[in-house]
Design a protein around this ligand. Sequence first.
Ligand SMILES: *Cc1c(COP(=O)(O)O)cnc(C)c1O
Length: 494
Amino acid sequence: MIKGMRGLSFKEDLIFEKSREGAKGYSLPKLDVPKADPAKTIDKKFLREGKIGLPEVSEVDVIRHFTKISLWNYAVDYGLYPLGSCTMKYNPKINEITSSLPGFADAHPYQPYSISQGALELMYNLEKALMEITGFSRVSLHPAAGAHGELVGMMLIRRYLEDQGNPRKKVLIPDSAHGTNPASAAICGYEAVELKSNSEGMLSLSDLEAALDKDVAALMLTNPNTLGVFEKNIKKICEMVHKVGGQVYMDGANMNALMGIMKPGKSGVDVLHLNLHKTFSTPHGGGGPGSGPVAVAKHLAPYIPKPVIEKNDKGEFYLDYNPEKSIGRVRSFNSNFAILVRAYTYILSCGSDGLKESTEHAVANANYIRKKLSKYYDLPYETSTLHEIIFSDKIQEKFGVTTKDIAKRLLDLGYHPPTIYFPLIVHGALMIEPTESESKQELDGFIEAMIQIAQEAEKEPEKCTEAPHNTVVGRLDEVTAARTPILKWEPEKE
Ligand SMILES: *Cc1c(COP(=O)(O)O)cnc(C)c1O
């Protein structure tokens, strides 16, 4: 019953160029003044010599063109988007209503406090809500993405250690970490040292013990990690790192598995970043704008980026541009403000019970998929998982079908593929994160498609190895597409 892109066929719509000579998208009233001669009224050097070369199309041509190409794409508003680690949850439409209220949408960062109170109060309250959710003492809303939050978090650790007399040299990072972790540590001048995960997919305490010394500035730990496994030794891990004078940075991109249930600030973690565009339902718009607030324990609070939001005795909100120990500014103005409005809306519309329920649904949905598919796909780690599951292509590989083929075949069956080949420690990884947004029907459709692929891999592997069959374009030259993309329409040369 499953058809390509859920029954739609695009082949006949492949003609991109719609221009027809003489087609127009406007009609003007008859000229009722004498026609001017451009040659007499306009300087010759400004006169166009040839045709401008714009497409000649009617309004309906344009609308249909853009609507059709939008249908060649895939979006979270279209169907399940199970990219593991990315948390592609539904973006509630109420977020768009609140963020377009004129007082927010038209606010200017330099307008006087007297007419910015509402916007400042929202930021102040959002900081308080994130402090409550994470169990930390302060939150900086400045960072523009998760990776930016990591960088800011590591800068805070460095400045704190410098104040203690020695910034130290190394940052320990488990091999399951997101690639941005070692990059952030390196930009802060630290050597990234990799720690191997154990057979349960967790950080090994004995390996950690062996790596800890007086040169260790920090451990960067993702929890739950990118295998979806909760690092249950988190308290012990923090104690061990603190004992040698190091700090614990937690990558909180997976906070959607913990909200309302566990507060990292209460287990000894020193710094954490959040991804509002993952956990708090704000859009992952084409590379931005994102938001990666950083939450810190008390001893790091004096260092957070400026300006910081404060409330005076009269209950008025203002920005403090000169906190004494701040690491300084980390971006222009104060944050991606419209994203903060969306995240705050999500938090208020869920309430504390709703956030907890969202976590429970995210974990239940992932485990439903895990249970239904574990007969068909290899599970490299037996350890129980929270909000995401990692399968590998070990079973299908025997028939010559790899993770990439499985991902391409899913496109035929109408689903966006999961994250593939990450985390790197799993050969042929398929990292599936359904999020809490999906209904049982949607999950069942995806499971049915994955089972069909597992059966095809065994009986008719070419269906997978030659996929996709019914998308607009087949397998792309991904290197050329990434290195020399054609991003704009150009008129044909005459
Ligand atoms: C997404 C993600 C990041 C980076 O966040 P960006 O907002 O994409 O910069 C870091 N760590 C983990 C585990 C992630 O999933």
